[in-house]
Design a protein around this ligand. Sequence first.
Ligand SMILES: Nc1ncnc2c1ncn2[C@@H]1O[C@H](COP(=O)(O)OP(=O)(O)OP(=O)(O)O)[C@@H](O)[C@H]1O
Length: 270
Amino acid sequence: MGIEFRAVGKTYPDGTVAVGSFNLSVPSHRTVALLGSSGCGKTTLLRMVNRMVEPTSGAVLIDDEDVRERDPVKLRRSIGYVMQAGGLLPHRTVEDNVATVPVLDGVPRRQARDAAAALLERVGLDPALARRYPAQLSGGQQQRVGVARALAAEPNILLMDEPFGAVDPIVRRELQDEMLRLQRELGKTVLLVTHDVDEAFRLGEQVVLLKRHAEVAQIGTPVELLAHPADDFVRSFVGGDRADRRLTVQDVDGRRVAVDGDGRPAGVLA
Ligand SMILES: Nc1ncnc2c1ncn2[C@@H]1O[C@H](COP(=O)(O)OP(=O)(O)OP(=O)(O)O)[C@@H](O)[C@H]1O
């Protein structure tokens, strides 16, 4: 399932221009990261895919069909959506949070709960946590539940809005690794929003770096953005001018060690 943005614009009723005119093709089974500073329009773009926000110009297509042709409720249920801090329902248990959409879609509750238990395991959670409420979980566990919930309706498309933003860097890294593992197994079409360069580079096969009004500064693989930044804005955003990204090689007793611009070792070359 591919997603296409065709000259999409969004001006909110109060006159705020969130998105000028945005074009992008997200191929099936790929992970594309929308990267940019706060307020550049990332969330607005993401929400136009599942019609939580309607564009004021242009169109969003899924598999060549304009999403406006689709019933918004059905469309939303058919697309996984992972929000910052999990976005869980506080008064429902973990298993019921995960089972909510399948039950709405007509799956018997018992069956949906069994499927939820399997999904919790799949995202690396102990099924014993299924009966807890979200507040009884750590931030990282809540975010894993958020991913399980988004996967519960077996969507082909997964939208992720700063999904791992609310946890410390170590847990964040674990969640990113888990996401990469899951994505290798599942091969969903993933559109991810983040303001974190490292997250975009770790998870995104393609990275779309945005300026204000969702103007595209550059689209490319992480390697392309680092090696061939289109301009100073891109170079500065991706850290090409940052000492901790600039590596040199030093010979240490016959082994080649990569050292960053501040002299800290970054790794050993094989
Ligand atoms: N409902 C709304 N009404 C008016 N303006 C809005 C609305 N939602 C967002 N905006 C504005 O549109 C612009 C883009 O917002 P958006 O949330 O898409 O950006 P973002 O890149 O996701 O930012 P962040 O990373 O801070 O969430 C901002 O200027 C924001 O204030």
